[in-house]
Design a protein around this ligand. Structure first.
Ligand SMILES: Cc1cc2nc3c(=O)[nH]c(=O)nc-3n(C[C@H](O)[C@H](O)[C@H](O)COP(=O)(O)OP(=O)(O)OC[C@H]3O[C@@H](n4cnc5c(N)ncnc54)[C@H](O)[C@@H]3O)c2cc1C
Length: 467
């Protein structure tokens, strides 16, 4: 028998990360019961996996206002808003207490495996919107269950589905077979076993975002330490190197985010990493001694490395929401209305305009992808975006459209414009008049000249501000 689609049903929130827990706090603030379903064994399970990485956001930027309101009566004290937490601090000092305050509204060890309309698969129209959502769960002990919900907020992030090494977006030939020497995360070099894995070794880092900067800076620190003599990074970039390659530096409105790029630049300038530009990985070949040789689509073969760190971004897992009628952008796999606001082909400056429930709505009413997942493959997500999204979505679910429509958050710019797009092309666009885009930054010559590819000579396209 189907459960009725009544307001008594909870709103199912998938994921007890920063966005999911904030969603629950906002729903409670609206007088709506949330049920948070978390696959991991603790709140903030994804954040805990990068516990060793320091955020470039301050505490003041990663605590949600409704969550703080919920925490206040528990005696929780807000950490100094001007200081920078690590992922571990964020999980222990904020996400865990927040989950505790939500009590049994958070179910841990509970993986959502499917969401649909009760009794209606994707193609059935009849009375569709009158049916509650049905959510299939698998518990840590293998038990299966289904629950019903009046609305579904998918805040499951993208952490579990990192991008591959292959330049075409597919795993490179040989990538799976070389998995014992590949990681898709920023390694924790404070862990002795992990440190020993990279110390004195030659490691390729593929990627051009904040995580790649962090990994390069970590390897450089290791190279400078007593136990790390001989450690060397090889930085693999799809594009040429320009002034924007390292992020906005001092122009970044988040100084710690800008500093990550400067640390990566220092790693290259000081000779701890060589940059290989214009390189799209086609194959990962294993030598007889077990080392890996990267082969580019242009036929270039790089000197063998001991380890490979792939930091090419993340993708949303859409498999468990496949029975829902979602409207997703064909490039980013983000909600279609949101995608133009965050498309890195166009918004290389990282500016994101205020958005809320309207941009996050789908043809299937009552379903919202929020948080990191709402950005699909776009790399510029910030927790504060997620907090504003879920405030708006919770108000919309409560029927308070005036509040839901009042989205005001304008995010800090990265300070990078015109060069942080995705590809070197001959297409050049004019900067806009909003002041977000500077002229195309000049190319910068770095590292050992022999390792800098031909594309470094060519100016990259201005990829921003066309909308
Ligand atoms: C190394 C690193 C550094 C970062 N630094 C910053 C920073 O300084 N500032 C900033 O604003 N942002 C930063 N980010 C981005 C950051 O990830 C987000 O701001 C934040 O973690 C996103 O929160 P979320 O709740 O949307 O997703 P997540 O944190 O990924 O949480 C998703 C949760 O959903 C759970 N889940 C996944 N699938 C399922 C399922 N099927 N069923 C049930 N549960 C599921 C996961 O276990 C996880 O707990 C950083 C990211 C990384 C990787």
């Amino acid at each position: 028998m189907n459960a009725p689609a009544t307001p008594e049903l909870p709103v199912a929130v998938i994921g007890a990360g920063p966005s999911g827990l904030a969603a629950a706090a906002h729903l409670l603030d609206q007088g709506i019961e949330p049920l948070v379903l978390e696959a991991g064994p603790a709140a903030g399970a994804a954040v805990r996996e990068w516990a060793h990485v320091r955020l470039f956001s301050t505490w003041g930027e990663v605590v949600d206002p409704a969550a703080e309101k919920l925490l206040a009566p528990t005696g929780w004290t807000r950490p100094d808003p001007a200081t920078y937490p690590s992922g571990g601090d964020w999980a222990e000092q904020y996400l865990q207490p927040l989950a505790d305050a939500l009590g049994d509204r958070v179910r841990l060890g509970t993986t959502v495996t499917g969401v649909s309309r009760t009794g209606r698969d994707r193609i059935v129209d009849a009375d569709r919107e009158q049916q509650p959502f049905v959510v299939h769960l698998t518990h840590a002990d293998g038990r299966e269950e289904r629950i019903f919900a009046r609305s579904v907020i998918d805040a499951s992030g993208t952490w579990a589905t990192p991008g591959p090494a292959g330049g075409s977006g597919l795993a490179a030939l040989g990538e799976h077979a070389a998995s014992d020497r590949i990681t898709y995360r920023v390694p924790n070099l404070k862990n002795p076993a992990t440190r020993a894995r990279y110390a004195g070794r030659r490691t390729a880092v593929i990627g051009s975002g904040a995580s790649a900067f962090t990994a390069l800076a970590y390897l450089a620190d290791l190279a400078k330490s007593k136990d790390g003599t001989g450690t060397k990074g090889v930085w693999i970039l799809r594009r040429g190197i320009s002034g924007s390659t390292f992020g906005g530096g001092e122009a970044d409105q988040l100084p710690a985010r800008g500093a990550l790029g400067l640390a990566a630049k220092a790693a290259v300038d000081e000779g701890h990493a060589d940059a290989v530009t214009g390189f799209r990985t086609e194959a990962v070949e294993r030598d007889t001694d077990g080392r890996l040789t990267l082969v580019g689509e242009d036929g270039r073969r790089l000197d063998a490395v001991d380890e490979l760190i792939v930091l090419t971004g993340f993708r949303p897992d859409l498999s468990f929401v496949n029975e829902l009628r979602l409207d997703l952008d064909e490039r980013l796999q983000a909600p279609s209305e949101l995608a133009p606001l965050i498309d890195p082909n166009q918004h290389s400056c990282g500016t994101v305009y205020p958005h809320g429930h309207r941009e996050l709505s789908h043809p299937e009413p009552g379903v919202y992808l929020v948080g990191m997942k709402s950005y699909g493959r776009a790399p510029t997500f910030l927790a504060m975006t997620g907090y504003e999204q879920v405030r708006s979505v919770a108000a919309a679910i409560a029927g308070d459209l005036a509040s839901a429509d009042r989205v005001e958050l304008t995010l800090p710019e990265t300070g990078v414009c015109g060069g942080a797009g995705l590809f070197d092309t001959s297409d050049t666009r004019e900067p806009d008049s909003e002041g977000c885009c500077a002229p195309t930054p000049p190319l910068v010559q770095l590292g050992t000249p022999t390792t800098v590819g031909a594309t470094a000579e060519k100016a990259p396209a201005s990829g921003c501000c066309s909308s």
